[in-house]
Design a protein around this ligand. Structure first.
Ligand code: PEP
Ligand code: MG
Length: 541
């Protein structure tokens, strides 16, 4: 038994044989011809490669499409092509010239400051490898699997995953790679457990008859002993029984006993949990906490965010996704942003913080508006407290739309923009905020309770306000519903409170028809609502 440690790129636990995925080098045996002929061969191979990539792009969905489009564009990159032409002119064959130029180009990208750009180096290598394979007459889909297997490799490329039958890939483990790479994104969206940065000599062991890939615990175990094997089997069976039990209820639409339809959405933080939420029966994402795209305190670029939102839309499989713009501050501090506010909960946070950093806000809005061209995406602005906040924030939205038009970027100009109601003033002033153009309302009960009762949500001593002692919050929700009803503006209620079955029933009884909460609570809420008859008097608390 050999145990190797790696970093989780996509969750899950699988067991099966291991197959090594090879990405061969350039064929050096072929007789190199005159530079003009080598260049012509290369040009023909590039045309073929782009054609194959276009087909992969057509067959792919969501984010994956962009990956193959990016790879096509890379093959047209002038600096890459100049470099190749230089090697060919100096007497190199087309394939080695392409390989060498690709390595140098990828090396340059890897040295970039922006992590997102660094991660694109793998796409350059993937696209160039395709051209080299064409030049060498090597099949582009070398691995024909007849048994579902765990694939191991130096690096896993996006095209590896999408060009191998999904049913044949149990899991992925690579020596290189990163959890933010396109391959990892695809693995997550396809539900394939994956490890990256696996240390040790696992690749030297070649194809192995049996292995356990425990991505949840960052382990690849080759030739596991009986105990490990049994434990893995037990966990796999346990997970599948639970999934089946939940699945029965997950597939049912949520109607109360008297036939009132209640939409149940999930509150999520990224593509991985969107996917799990959909499996748990969520009808969409009612709140995507976008600040989870900020990793290790580093602000993501517009491009990076764009892919993140696309990933979320894809994981939601066409269902609606409401993305909340960054709510930085208070209990979600980011280095460099108001770290020393005297009273963080009452300091700069949400849309106020975004407006204090207009460039950051602009990039996020551009990324969101662009992503909304590819799915049902709405934008919610957090911590709006009055119509003035709303109007000021909307100036930034208008500016983002203008900028995208000037750039000729594809975006959805009709993307719905709404606000979170998380402070009592916003609940009281909902009618005015709606009159200023707000298109939907998401009530955030975690903060609304905190600010209504002056009860710090991080302080366990106030737990009672976040559960039973919350009548004032229900009254505020009444105000919101009364303001929204005449305009038919949709109102949803989110937060942990909404995930408590008893509270969810209370919200539904007062007229709320959409609840968004953590995926883990959704089925319990649904089970309770299915039993509730709204025409009967409420059960005593
Ligand atoms: C809320 O305030 O209820 C909410 C959903 O937002 P967060 O918990 O992220 O503050
Ligand atoms: Mg909040």
């Amino acid at each position: 038994m050999w145990i190797y440690q790696g970093a989780k790129a996509s969750p899950g636990l699988v067991m099966g044989p291991v197959r090594r995925l090879e990405h061969g080098g350039a064929g050096l045996e072929r007789v190199v011809q005159a530079p003009g002929r080598e260049q012509a061969l290369l040009n023909a191979a590039v045309v073929l490669a782009k054609d194959e990539l276009r087909q992969l792009e057509d067959a792919a969905e969501g984010t994956d499409k962009d990956i193959f489009l990016f790879q096509q564009l890379m093959l047209d990159d002038p600096s890459l092509n100049q470099e190749i032409a230089g090697y060919i002119a100096a007497g190199a064959g087309a394939a080695p010239a392409m390989e060498r130029a690709a390595r140098i180009c990828a090396g340059r990208i890897e040295a970039a400051e922006d992590e997102y750009i660094r991660l694109r180096a793998v796409d350059v290598l993937d696209a160039c490898r395709r051209v080299v394979d064409i030049l060498d007459g090597r099949p582009r889909n070398p691995l024909r699997l007849d048994t579902p297997s765990i694939l191991v490799s130096e690096n896993i490329y996006p095209s590896d995953i999408v060009s191998i039958d999904r049913g044949m890939i149990l899991g992925l483990a690579s020596a290189g790679g990163s959890a933010q790479s396109h391959a990892a994104i695809i693995a997550r969206t396809m539900g394939i457990p994956a490890l990256v940065q696996v240390e040790g000599d696992f690749l030297d062991r070649g194809s192995v008859a049996g292995a356990v890939l425990d991505a949840d615990n960052g382990r690849l175990i080759l030739e596991p002993d009986e105990a490990v094997r049994k434990d893995a089997q037990r966990r796999i069976v346990g997970a599948s029984i639970l999934k089946k039990r939940l699945a029965v209820l997950a597939g049912e639409p949520c109607f109360t006993k008297d036939g009132t339809r209640v939409e149940l959405l999930a509150s999520c933080s990224g593509p991985e949990d969107v996917e799990l939420a959909i499996e748990a029966g969520a009808e969409g994402v009612g709140l995507l906490r976008s600040e989870f795209v900020i990793t290790q305190g580093r602000m993501p670029s517009e491009e990076e965010q764009y892919y993140f939102y696309l990933g979320c839309l894809q994981a939601a499989g066409g269902r609606p996704v409401t993305v909340r713009t960054f709510d930085i501050g208070a209990d979600g501090p980011v280095p460099g942003f108001e770290e020393d506010a005297p009273n963080p909960a009452l300091g700069m946070r949400g849309v106020r913080m975004s407006m204090l950093h207009p460039q950051l806000f602009h990039e996020q809005l551009c990324a969101l508006l662009r992503a909304s061209a590819h799915g049902s995406l709405r934008i919610a602005l957090p911590m709006v407290s009055c119509p003035e906040d709303w109007r000021m924030a909307m100036e930034h939205v208008k500016k983002a739309r203008r900028d995208l038009r000037r750039r000729g970027a594809v975006f959805n100009g009709d993307t719905e923009i709404g606000c979170m109601v998380e402070v009592p003033s916003a609940a009281v002033l909902t009618a005015e905020i709606l009159a200023a153009g707000c298109q939907f309302v998401v009530v955030g009960t975690n903060d609304l309770i905190q600010y209504t009762y002056a009860a710090d949500r991080l302080d366990g001593r106030f737990a009672a306000y976040f559960d039973g002692r919350c009548a004032a919050v229900h009254r505020l929700v009444d105000l919101v519903l009364a303001a929204a009803a005449p305009l038919a503006v949709p109102v949803s209620v989110c937060g942990l409170h909404a995930g408590s079955p008893n509270q969810a029933v209370r919200y539904v009884r007062q007229g709320v028809r959409c609840i968004s909460t953590e995926a883990a609570s959704l089925l319990a809420v649904k089970a309770r609502l299915l039993e509730e008859d709204l025409t009967a008097p409420p059960a005593a608390d």
